[in-house]
Ligand binder design. Sequence first.
Ligand SMILES: [Zn+2]
Length: 113
Amino acid sequence: MSKNQNTTDYNHRIPTDIQPSGPKEVFFKWNTGESFRVPYFEIRFECPCASCVDEHTGKRVLKRESISPEIRATGMQVIGRYAIQISWTDGHATGMYHFDRLYELCRNHGTSA
Ligand SMILES: [Zn+2]
């Protein structure tokens, strides 16, 4: 599998701005021109890492009730050109959120900002 970095992929969505927006939400602006405010809780719940989702079945093992309603991100680090790693107030930091997944999260759980 090779990925040609010179090819312009017009479907590739890239966040151009990410900012905390109050105690419970984060603001995302995308290269599509859209922007959203998304609850931290929903992003934490959708964590794609191997301890939150069973690798073999693809089923989510993380339960909503085990996440604090006060959950917040403590850090976000861009990984390459495709993902963001998020650290959380519950100490969890292994989730790498592909940009496409984050965009889906914005569409599904965000409010237009
Ligand atoms: Zn996780």
